[in-house]
Design a protein around this ligand. Structure first.
Ligand code: NAD
Length: 427
């Protein structure tokens, strides 16, 4: 079936992330053989929940926010995916993010389907109390679909371990028993995993290292430009720096800084901890224009902010040999075509940022056995899981002569649809 025959809410925006996801599915279908018959499973989220989240504001008024939880697929296990707080979150964005989680979890062979959640809110405009009430009410509203065996949320843009602690507590209060495994990315003191905080950024390093080996690129001294200095970008910057690469540029929502001699991400983190300064004030680099970021002379470009950042408007100017997608959906399909035609290698999000969900899986396993592993053990297992997934996807790309993203989708979607076909349709 073509996407044109789908219900209207499934293709109501022609340029947004869900349209990008659908196009990526279309690109993989010719490589799925007999499993292509099940491909519409990927074009339709299993379940979309829209919830009203009313809270008391500090000034005594009542404000209503719109929240979402989408379970894109559950063929291989419970839903799994983060929760995003952002003023521009929409249902179709959450559907795309949930779809990418299905693919990512299967690409890493984790026993999960794919899910994602979000609230349409600017969390910076809320007090700590308002944020807690918002989180608790949202958790109660989506409580009918989440649970350690049903769907397990985690942090995403503008959410963190503190938000996960509130979610875990609210769910536990509602079911009448402490349930550590209902969310991952929790504080260590309440069942979180060592290594989870930096796992997504560390994973970006592992797949970049593996790709650079095969491309004959030297890691030591490689010049890296990073967009986003949050959970993912900050950790990636620190791990790349520790492993000998040079961070030459960083861009965040406040602006862009550049230093061809290298930016020390530890110093930058300490500097920003002050809270009264912005990235552009950092004394260890020069501020430059935001557009100039995309044209910088560098070896590795690591978008780790939001979707649709590399577009037809800037793809032609990108000079990096390797793009590592720390963010979800940072490159439009048309922009990727431009990059590929110019010989740029793109490590797709579903592989490059899978380190976070991989250690989330380790956290969930540790919670279910109440037996906790060392950080060395976790980092070692993470490195092996990502290196193995990288090798499998790289070999499929070479064998079929297809881009790495399509190869990742071939590996992942084959696993998802094989499970779907074996389970069959109920009733
Ligand atoms: P975050 O909120 O911690 O950080 C986001 C960063 O992006 C901030 O530095 C912010 O200033 C910057 N940013 C926001 N808008 C920007 C803009 N218009 N231009 C430039 N910079 C901008 O979020 P995060 O958790 O690091 O997530 C970043 C991306 O990585 C998202 O796409 C997310 O879905 C993805 N991701 C996150 C995880 C995780 O473990 N947190 C895992 C996998 C994928």
């Amino acid at each position: 079936m073509s996407t044109k025959q789908l219900p209207s809410y499934l293709h109501n925006d022609s340029v947004g992330p869900w349209a990008v996801f659908l196009e990526q599915v279309d690109r993989v279908v010719p490589h799925l053989g007999r499993l292509a018959a099940w491909a519409d499973t990927l074009r339709r989220p299993k379940r979309c929940l829209i919830v009203d989240v009313p809270i008391h504001m500090d000034d005594g008024s009542i404000h209503h926010f719109e929240g979402y939880r989408v379970q894109h697929n559950a063929s291989r296990g419970p839903g799994k995916g983060g929760v995003r707080y952002h003023p521009e979150v929409t249902l179709s964005e959450v559907m795309a993010l949930a779809g990418w989680m299905t693919v990512k979890n299967a690409a890493l062979n984790l026993p999960y389907g794919g899910a994602k959640g979000g609230i349409r809110v600017d969390p910076k405009s809320l007090s700590a109390g308002e944020l807690e009430r918002l989180t608790r009410r949202y958790t109660s509203e989506i409580g009918i679909v989440i649970g350690p065996d049903k769907d397990i949320p985690a942090p995403d843009v503008n959410t963190n371990d503190k938000v996960m602690a509130w979610m875990m507590d609210t769910y536990s209060m509602n079911v009448g028993a402490t349930s550590t495994g209902v969310v991952t990315g929790k504080p260590i003191s309440m069942g979180g995993s060592l290594g989870r905080r930096d796992a997504t950024g560390r994973g970006c390093y592992v797949v970049a290292r593996e790709a650079m080996k095969r491309l004959g690129m030297e890691f030591a001294g490689a010049r890296v430009a990073i967009q986003g200095f949050g959970n993912v970008g900050n950790a990636a910057a620190r791990v790349f720096h520790e492993q000998g690469a040079k961070i030459v540029a960083v861009q965040d929502v406040a602006g862009t800084i550049y230093n061809p001699a290298g930016i020390d991400p530890f110093r930058l983190t300490d500097f920003l901890a002050d809270g009264r300064v912005t990235l552009r004030d950092f004394p260890g680099a020069e501020p430059i224009g935001n557009e100039a970021f995309w044209t910088l002379d560098c070896d590795v470009l690591l978008p780790a902010a939001l979707e649709n950042q590399i577009t037809t408007a800037n793809a032609g100017a990108i000079r990096a040999r390797l793009v590592v997608e720390g963010a979800n959906g940072p490159t439009t399909p048309q922009a990727e075509d431009i990059l590929l035609a110019r010989g740029t290698v793109v490590l797709p999000d579903v592989l490059a940022n899978a380190g976070g969900v991989t250690v989330s899986y380790f956290e969930w396993v540790q919670n279910s056995s109440s037996f906790f592993w060392t950080e060395n053990d976790i980092n070692g297992r993470l490195d092996r899981a990502l290196s193995d997934a990288f090798r499998t996807i790289w070999e499929v790309a070479l064998e079929k002569n297809i881009p790495l993203r399509t190869a990742a989708f071939v590996v992942a979607c084959s696993r998802v649809l094989e499970a779907r076909a074996l389970r069959g349709l109920y009733p």
